[in-house]
Design a protein around this ligand. Structure first.
Ligand SMILES: Nc1ncnc2c1ncn2[C@@H]1O[C@H](COP(=O)(O)OP(=O)(O)OP(=O)(O)O)[C@@H](O)[C@H]1O
Ligand SMILES: [Mg+2]
Length: 497
């Protein structure tokens, strides 16, 4: 008997058929991956299972018994827990409080919460995940990867029989992913069931026993990972073969648009100098902590710095993001939840935000109709899956939220566009669309700086690559000479530049 059966699940939101007659089974000791394009319905199916959304039709059986899941505590009682795609921690509480929220250990004698027991237990859990995090630290002060690990620790500690992980590796680096996979293998050996969602097909091939593929809210099929391969899964997922994963547009770069000379930020960046040409894609690679995001943010005026930045030959003084936008420099953040989007506002509001605030005074307010037309144009161009432009952003799937953010900056007509991990959480088909979009920027003469942790992406899209280590540039490679090995060589800084 399967541990879990979901039968004929359907779910509709206003204007969106999110799921249509979907079946899912999970055995004890099985790792099942869910694969599908952005907006295919993966998170929705898991939210139904974990009691966050009700279902319109269908039934759920746990251990062969019909389960009536009406809210989160129903699901918890059945031993089902979920690690959400958009993290669900309370930023102002500290680590151990978050882990044991609502399940505090009470001292039976004094009837008070036994804080030291909670802290001890939290320490142990995190250690088991190989994390050295101070359990008294406020969650807000942790990196996204650390927060992800805390969330994982929280769910593991609940000792559930069905564990759902919705894109848990999105913010993690290779070694952290390895640790998570160890945890998953442990859960497996304890006969628990794990549902694992990821856009990274190599991860799925490594950790999952079986894959279910969803497309537009329907189940396309199920395959054992041992009996399939990446190309097969991709074509099931997008409904066609993806011929070119990196459609790079070869163009002769134009004039120099940006010059950076001796940029310094105490404790962050040391003596950064480079040039950037129109229609050029400059990739920035390096390991975590190399200073890539810091460089992007400094050019966007987030951090005070010394050194010179010139745009079209004239020095610009970027002391704030407002200054940067005026100079034609924009930065797409890697952290869309904290910094990028107003998730309770509409698609249209978010897309036009940077444009309105910084480019029009009250006197020359853009025409509403024109603005609407432009938003609609972008929604079509980059295929944002939304029933309308007035849809609230938090109701879009993760990947589509990323596209809204991208559109927001495109609409400001920048000269230099800095993209920090622009395809994180984006499905393989939509990735190609984003690369095509980068090609369009190139054609329009825009210069692109692309920060990415994925080496195939850096190699596949960049015309030139700068590698960083400890806040410095340790190497530069032309497209034709670049290889993964050479990048890694500079990233670990073997020569000690
Ligand atoms: N609360 C909601 N209100 C309205 N529409 C919603 C809501 N939640 C999800 N949707 C819509 O349902 C569809 C499925 O979304 P879902 O989040 O399940 O996709 P996903 O497969 O998880 O995508 P991703 O890979 O981008 O995370 C999308 O069209 C989404 O916009
Ligand atoms: Mg999702």
């Amino acid at each position: 008997m399967p541990l879990l059966e979901m039968k004929g699940i359907s779910k509709e939101f206003p204007g969106v058929k999110a799921l249509e007659n979907v079946d899912l089974t999970l055995d004890k000791g099985e790792v099942l991956a869910l694969l599908g394009e952005n907006g295919a319905g993966k998170s929705t199916l898991m939210k139904i299972l974990s009691g966050i959304y009700g279902l319109d039709a269908g039934e759920i059986l746990v251990d062969g018994q019909k389960a009536d899941i009406n809210n989160v505590s129903d699901a918890t009682d059945l031993g089902i827990s979920i690690i959400h795609q958009e993290l669900n921690l309370i930023p102002d509480l500290c680590v151990y409080e978050n882990i044991f929220l609502g399940r505090e250990i009470v001292n039976p004698v004094t009837n008070r919460i036994n804080k030291s027991a909670l802290k001890e237990e939290s320490k142990k859990l995190l250690k088991g995940l190989g994390m050295d995090i101070n359990v008294n630290e406020t969650v807000r002060n942790l990196s996204v990867a650390e927060q992800q690990m805390v969330e994982i620790a929280k769910v593991i500690s609940m000792d559930c029989q069905i564990i759902i992980m919705d894109e848990p590796t999105d913010a993690l680096m290779t070694n952290e992913v390895d640790r998570l996979f160890e945890v998953i293998r442990n859960l497996k050996s304890e006969d628990k069931g794990v549902i694992f969602i990821s856009h990274k097909i190599d991860e799925i091939m490594e950790i999952a026993d079986r894959v279910e593929v969803l497309r537009d809210g329907e189940l396309i099929g199920s395959k054992k990972t041992a009996e399939t391969d990446a190309d097969d899964l991709i074509s099931m997922m997008v409904g066609r073969e993806l011929k070119e994963k990196f459609p790079k547009l070869k163009m002769k770069p134009g004039n120099i648009v940006m010059e950076v000379k001796g940029l310094n930020v105490p404790g962050m960046l040391k003596d950064i100098s480079f040039n950037l040409r129109r229609s050029e894609v400059l990739g920035i690679s390096g390991l975590v902590g190399a200073g890539r995001t810091e460089l992007g943010k400094t050019l966007f005026g987030v951090y005070g710095h010394t050194g010179e930045v010139l745009i079209d030959g004239s020095p610009v003084n970027v002391k704030s993001p407002g200054d940067a936008i005026k100079a034609g420099i924009v930065y797409l953040t890697e952290d869309r939840k904290e910094e990028g989007l107003f998730s309770d506002k509409s698609v249209a509001y978010n897309m036009t935000l940077a444009k309105l605030k910084d480019f029009t005074g009250w006197m020359d307010r853009v025409n509403k109709d024109e603005e609407e037309a432009e938003v609609k144009d972008y929604v079509t161009k980059i295929r944002v899956k939304t029933p309308s432009i007035s849809q609230t952003v938090e109701n879009l799937s993760g990947g589509n939220q990323q596209k809204v953010l991208l559109a927001k900056w495109l609409m400001t007509n920048p000269k230099v566009m800095i993209l920090d991990e622009p395809t994180r959480g984006i499905d393989v088909g939509a990735k190609v669309e984003i690369y095509n979009l980068i090609n369009r920027l190139k054609k329009d003469g825009i210069a692109v700086i692309m920060i990415s942790s994925e080496l195939p992406e850096i190699l596949g899209i960049s015309d030139r690559i700068i590698v960083m280590h400890s806040g410095r540039i340790t190497g530069e490679l032309e497209d034709k000479d670049a290889t993964q090995e050479k990048i890694m060589h500079y990233a670990v800084n073997i020569q000690g530049v």
